[in-house]
Design a protein around this ligand. Structure first.
Ligand SMILES: C[S@@+](CC[C@H](N)C(=O)[O-])C[C@H]1O[C@@H](n2cnc3c(N)ncnc32)[C@H](O)[C@@H]1O
Length: 210
């Protein structure tokens, strides 16, 4: 489901900062070579993530769901020299693709990629983090949230993608639909955080640890 009229989406795209030649090449190649390329965050969400990281002066970022590396590289742009971003993925094809792009970027040296199920990787990743971006398997959203929240600094941001799941949260039918709806219900009732859900793309939950 497209929530936003195509022309309005295009207008917003054209009025968001240019993501530059490397990310544009990454996006083109994602569509040529990776399966389910529409999983890529793309310019509007990527610039939004970079904007947030820059606004809070993030120095340590955690990402669950690397895919081709678009969102990781977008956020890494906002990190200072010496800043770091840890990103987790299970897919060896996407990992090889992302590593190739990290190597071509001046921001790539800030990024460490952890291969394997993120819930396992998280056990050995120390905090505190200024910002986290959750964008992987939906059935684990609540597990990721509970594992990550204690690792966030006070005032740190957890940004979660696809929380509208093409509108299926309104009438959940399969496991992922129910998992996302359950996650959303948990977050709105959680007094450890403040939260705002945005209708950008497929829904972005912005959560701030109190
Ligand atoms: C929606 S894509 C991420 C898109 C990425 N953030 C971007 O901007 O291009 C989801 C990714 O989560 C990964 N993934 C799925 N299950 C996972 C798991 N259990 N642990 C870690 N990564 C997982 C997939 O391999 C896929 O690359």
């Amino acid at each position: 489901m497209d929530f936003i009229n195509e022309e309005i989406e295009k207008y917003c795209f054209n009025h968001s900062q240019n993501d530059g030649p490397l990310l544009q090449k990454l996006e083109r190649e994602t569509y040529e070579k990776l399966e389910i390329p529409q999983m890529i965050t793309g310019r509007i969400e990527g610039r939004f993530l970079k904007f947030l990281a820059g606004a809070i002066g993030a120095e340590k970022i955690l990402e669950i769901g690397t895919f081709g590396g678009y969102s990781a590289l977008s956020m890494a742009e906002a990190l200072p020299e010496g800043g770091s971003l840890i990103t987790c993925d299970v897919d060896p094809v996407a990992i090889e693709f992302a590593r190739r792009y990290f190597a071509q970027s001046i921001h790539g040296k800030k990024i460490s990629l952890m291969e394997g199920p993120a819930i396992e990787s998280l056990k050995s990743i120390p905090g505190p983090f200024d910002m986290a971006f959750i964008d992987a398997d939906k059935v684990n959203y609540l597990n990721y949230y509970e594992a990550i929240l204690p690792k966030m600094r006070q005032g740190g941001l957890i940004i979660v993608d696809n929380v509208l799941w093409s509108g299926r949260v309104l009438d959940p039918k399969d496991e992922s639909d129910f998992a996302i709806h359950e996650f959303n219900e948990k977050v709105i009732g959680d007094d450890r955080v403040e939260q705002v859900m945005l209708t950008v793309r497929d829904g972005i939950y912005c959560i701030r640890k109190l």
